[in-house]
Ligand binder design. Structure first.
Ligand code: UD1
Length: 430
């Protein structure tokens, strides 16, 4: 099993290039099968979640051709099955987008209940409610969601809570329904907007993405398109907080600064300098940072996918911070790992009370999920001495070349597969 071994204690300094947004790419690659024409998608991150999704898409017969590391050409004309294999689905949660895409295009979809990171119960009732409102019958049989309709018809749908996945899934199915759909209380995340823009580039008629009311006029069919995915705000945010935790100075390139505002605001509040350029941000942290309170919220609030990373920074800040997780109930599993490094964090329900300490010390850690795994790497980079982060398969689901990009910023981090390599690393770094 691969691990990262890290010698911490040095500031990250330099420039890092951000890739395409994983969560947008998952939705957009799935939506690409909704036309029988060729679709070219560019700026796809080369991470394992995407590669599993591409296998799932090929598994139903669509042709996927990698043009280069970050571009894929897809055609849905060869799809022979509307039933998706459990092998893929158990690995990635976003496979549920195949429900909306197949239901919209073929009016029938069979998709096993989704897997993904274990960060809470993660029901999909809002997705199913939306499909039913569009006129589909939806049943769960032997762990498989079976959705079908004679015809989908537009509907007025009020989401009971703000859900990124449900908003995108309903938007995809409604794009090919008869008549008009209105989604109220829609998610406003940049990847909702990116998916709507992509569907529109294929001939869909979607307005209002990025606000909480999305209006979709159904069209008969979609056509070919070439599309470039937006930059990944969570990858960018991860490097922003890595710069802060290590008291570094990092220029994060190829970003949309507007998407990063919630994170920028918190970094400024705790004492970082953040400079915004057209498509880059620079984060510079001098000295010990201050405390703050954070509550995760749907976009444009502070993202739940950045909660572990900010908690690492606050574990080293001066004073007591309170971090409230309001989206997923099981997202503090990394706290026990940070405790091994000396952090002083107490979790009560959905709140973590963090008493900042001056230094973390290196320890052997286990990544509990994707974002928490990245946060533990940040902790390792900031800590004194050597840390080992196990179970990095989670991290590789969402971060392309994480160790290489960090090395370019001066980090001492290596991917190793056994104890012998860890010993060699220890001897080398002294
Ligand atoms: C997406 C992101 C994930 C991010 C999350 C919140 C992808 C592939 N994943 O996940 O990285 O952490 O948004 O920004 O894009 N809920 C229900 N019923 C539903 C749907 C959701 O109760 O039918 C609840 C969830 O349990 C959660 C909240 O709504 O408490 C938000 O979930 P949602 O926005 O749907 O998250 P995902 O789309 O799964």
């Amino acid at each position: 099993m691969d691990k990262f071994v890290i010698r911490g204690g040095s500031p990250l300094v330099g420039e890092v290039e951000i890739g395409g947004a994983k969560n947008a790419a998952l939705a957009i690659l799935t939506a690409a099968i909704m036309t029988d024409d060729y679709v070219l998608i560019e700026n796809i991150p080369d991470v394992s979640d995407i590669n599993v999704l591409l296998e799932a898409i090929s598994g139903i017969g669509a042709a996927t051709e990698r043009i280069d590391r970050h571009s894929v050409r897809i055609t849905g004309s060869t799809i022979g099955a509307v039933s998706v294999d459990y092998e893929y689905i158990k690995k990635i949660r976003a496979s549920y987008y195949l429900l909306g895409a197949l239901l919209g295009k073929y009016k029938h979809a069979e998709v096993p209940l989704p897997g993904g990171c274990n960060i809470g119960s993660r029901p999909i009732d809002q997705h199913l409610k939306g499909f039913r409102a569009l006129g589909a019958t939806v049943e769960i049989r032997h762990g498989v969601i079976v959705a079908s309709a004679e015809n989908l018809r537009g509907a007025h749908i009020y989401m009971d809570m703000v859900s990124v996945g449900a908003t995108i899934n309903i938007m995809m199915a409604a794009a090919l329904a008869n008549g008009n759909t209105i989604i109220e209380n829609a998610a406003r995340e940049p990847h909702v907007v990116d998916t709507a823009n992509f569907l529109n580039s294929m001939g869909a008629n979607i307005k209002g993405a990025g606000t909480d009311v999305i209006r979709i006029r159904g069209v008969e069919k979609l056509h070919k398109s070439e599309y470039m995915i937006v930059p990944d705000m969570i990858e960018a945010g991860t490097y922003m907080f890595a710069a802060a935790a290590t008291r570094g100075d990092v220029l994060i390139k190829n970003v949309i600064p507007k998407h990063l505002e919630a994170m920028t605001a918190k970094l400024v509040e705790i004492g970082c300098e953040v400079e915004e350029f057209d498509d880059a941000v620079r984060v510079c942290a001098k000295g010990r940072l201050g405390r703050t309170h954070v509550k995760t919220l749907p976009y444009p609030g502070f993202p739940t996918d950045m909660q572990p990373q900010i908690s690492v920074v606050l574990s080293l800040a001066q004073g007591t911070s309170i971090v409230t997780e309001s989206i997923f109930e099981n997202r503090f599993k990394y706290v026990d790992e940070l405790a091994c490094m000396g952090a002083s964090i107490k979790v009560e329900g959905n709140t973590a009370i963090i008493d900042g300490i001056a230094n973390l010390t290196g320890a052997r850690l286990c990544a509990p999920d994707l974002r928490a795994g990245a946060a533990l790497v940040i902790a390792g980079l900031a800590a004194e001495g050597v840390s080992i982060v196990d179970d990095i398969v989670y991290i590789e689901r969402g971060y392309e070349d994480f160790d290489q990009k960090l090395r370019l910023l001066g980090a001492e981090i290596e991917k190793v597969s056994d104890e012998r390599e860890i010993r060699k690393f220890r001897l080398r770094v002294g």
